[in-house]
Write a protein that binds this ligand. Structure first.
Ligand code: HEM
Length: 556
């Protein structure tokens, strides 16, 4: 071909048609393969429109041609996405939900960022019904009939939420394992650590730390103390002992001197967001400032893990099982896995238990009759002079159990549930009356299910007696018919990925409440607005509570 050969010039109409069709094609590529690699995304979002804009240069000149070309491409891409998401071709078209949520996931992320996701989703369920579309590709469910089909053994695998939360796949903790077979394998040492027999071995540690908490509070009698903070100190110190054979001494210091608690809480806020948009974490982890807290968290866990490897086991802590010091597995897991799981235990076991106990105490303080009744039960089983750290009567203390169940019902530690998704390529799943298309992010909204009048009478009222009535231990109030659906009560989740620490958490909470009300009288500090505590609570995947200013008095 000669050097003066000219490329044919397309008419503006044809050029625009090609740009628009290419943008729709790019949408199809994004939808089908969800590419994350920066090269591919840059190619689709910048290189393609740049090349296509050259078709407009003969008509508009360079600057205007490029501007019009890019704008046309991006507008067509955006409109293609929006029309698809709100239109009848979308597999979730039939499910109701707010329009902005259908169009963009960022609508939901904004609500998550506010920390009030639990209330927002509850409002959506009240408005739209038991299934709500809360993202372009996501639903929230409030129907207990869906718990087994979504969370049960034949249910759905984990979604990629935990890939986003964790950021570094090489230290993926148990909770992030998506492959059911790998998850079952990795969960074995956890199951050994938290079997009924092993939980008994943790009892002396619980007793020691509960005693320490009650003594620390007694030392401050008459002063205003933040009970929620002290309960957190307790759970962190206890988990440090339980996981690594010792770590923090927050109760001794009366403060989080090492900054661990602060660091984990900050990390929690960020990872709650990234869990909602996992692809963001793919880029964010490459930026030093966004990943700072998560990195610092890993460094801390790494250093404690190394120390623990070096010192060997002085007791059968969780590490003993996770690192295979018990010798049950033929091959010991690599260190990175043990680091990930050690950190998980600390996060999963500390804030969860702390937040539930703080909420129970809050409700007991708001309901003095319930506080008195609990104290009377404790006093009956442990008369003055008896050691309420000895757990021998705890299994017979029905009101204590009722208080704990009621606290867990009203304040599930993971209020908005953890997300599952039918695997892409394997077809959708039926959940109760709903068809859930493959790849749909699906959550059971525990907060809404457990506060639904169709499952529990007076759902917004703290009423421990409901559990005694349901068990037939005491009669319902005259003229009342109790609504009580035990299948709708899943604060520890359900199925093969449920909370592996449930037994230890229950043992810890029972021992703590029993000894605390036996030894101390607790009341709100003067001038405290009790509702402020409720208002300050936030859903950061784990429920996080505000300050609970109280005054304690020793009872003996
Ligand atoms: C009141 C206290 C607690 C509550 C309400 C609670 C609740 C939960 C929930 C809702 C999940 C999510 C399960 C899912 O993805 O469906 C979970 C997972 C988990 N929890 Fe707890 N938890 C508590 C205490 C603890 C404690 C003390 C530990 C001890 C280390 C612990 C360890 C874990 C672990 C390791 C997982 C991940 C399990 C897996 O993926 O197989 N939790 N917990």
């Amino acid at each position: 071909m000669g050097s003066d050969a000219q490329l044919p010039v397309l008419s503006p109409r044809d050029a625009f048609a090609i740009i628009v069709l290419s943008a729709v094609g790019a949408h199809l590529v994004f939808k089908r393969w969800e590419p994350k690699k920066l090269r591919v995304v840059t190619f689709l979002l910048f290189l393609v429109p740049a090349c296509l804009s050259t078709l407009l240069l003969p008509h508009f000149g360079t600057a205007l041609g490029l501007t019009v070309g890019f704008l046309t491409y991006w507008t067509a891409l955006t409109l293609s996405i929006v029309f698809y998401r709100v239109g009848p071709l979308h597999p979730l078209y039939q499910y109701p939900g707010p329009l902005p949520a259908k169009i963009s996931k960022w609508w939901h992320v904004w609500h998550v960022q506010q920390g009030k996701q639990h209330l927002y989703l509850q409002q959506l369920h009240d408005k739209y019904g038991d299934i709500v579309r809360i993202g372009p590709n996501e639903v929230s469910i409030r129907d207990p009939a869906c718990i087994t089909p979504v969370l049960g053994a034949q249910g759905m695998p984990k979604s990629d939420m935990f890939l986003g939360r964790n950021m570094w796949p090489e230290t993926a903790p148990l909770i992030g394992y998506r492959d059911p077979a790998e998850h079952t394998k990795r969960r074995k040492p956890w199951n050994r650590a938290f079997s009924s027999a092993s939980v008994k071995e943790f009892e002396p540690i619980i007793q020691h730390r509960v005693h320490q908490l009650v003594e620390a509070l007694s030392d401050r009698q008459g002063q205003v103390v933040d009970l929620a903070e002290w309960i957190s100190f307790f759970t962190y110190d206890f988990m440090g002992d339980m996981v690594f054979g010792g770590w923090t001494e927050m109760m001794r210091d009366g403060a989080d001197k090492g900054g661990l608690w602060d660091l984990l809480r900050r990390g929690l806020t960020v990872s709650a967001l990234w869990g909602e948009v996992p692809w963001v974490s793919y880029y964010a982890k490459k930026l030093p400032w966004t990943a700072q807290d998560n990195k610092a968290m890993r460094v801390m866990a790494f250093s404690r893990t190394e120390q623990r490897y070096a010192s060997g086991s002085a007791s059968k802590d969780l590490f003993y099982y996770l690192s295979n010091e018990d010798g049950s597995e033929k091959v010991s897991p690599p260190r990175n896995i043990v680091i990930g799981d050690g950190l998980l235990a600390l996060v999963a076991g500390s804030d969860t238990t702390a937040t539930v106990v703080a909420n129970m105490m809050y409700e007991l303080l708001r309901h003095p009759a319930a506080y008195r009744r609990l104290q009377e039960e404790v006093d009956k089983f442990y008369p003055r002079g008896e050691d309420s750290l000895d757990p021998k009567h705890i299994k017979d203390m029905h009101y204590l159990e009722a208080v704990i169940n009621e606290g867990l019902r009203m304040y599930p530690a993971v209020p908005s549930g953890s997300v599952r998704a039918p695997e892409v390529g394997k077809g959708g799943k039926i959940a109760g009356p709903y068809y859930i298309p493959e790849g749909t992010q699906t959550r059971i909204h525990f907060w809404s299910v457990q506060r639904d009048a169709r499952n529990f009478s007076f759902p917004e009222t703290f009423w421990p007696e409901r559990w005694l009535i349901a068990e037939g231990i005491e009669p319902a109030p005259a003229g009342e018919k109790l609504v009580h659906n035990p299948n709708a009560f899943t604060p520890f989740s359900f199925g093969p990925y449920n909370c592996v620490g449930k037994n230890i958490a229950l043992a810890e909470m029972k021992q703590l409440l029993c000894h605390l009300v036996h030894k101390l009288d607790v009341r709100f500090a003067d001038g405290v607005d009790p509702d402020a505590f409720d208002r300050a609570s936030e859903d950061r995947f784990i429920y996080v509570v505000g300050e609970l200013p109280v005054v304690v008095e020793r009872r003996d």
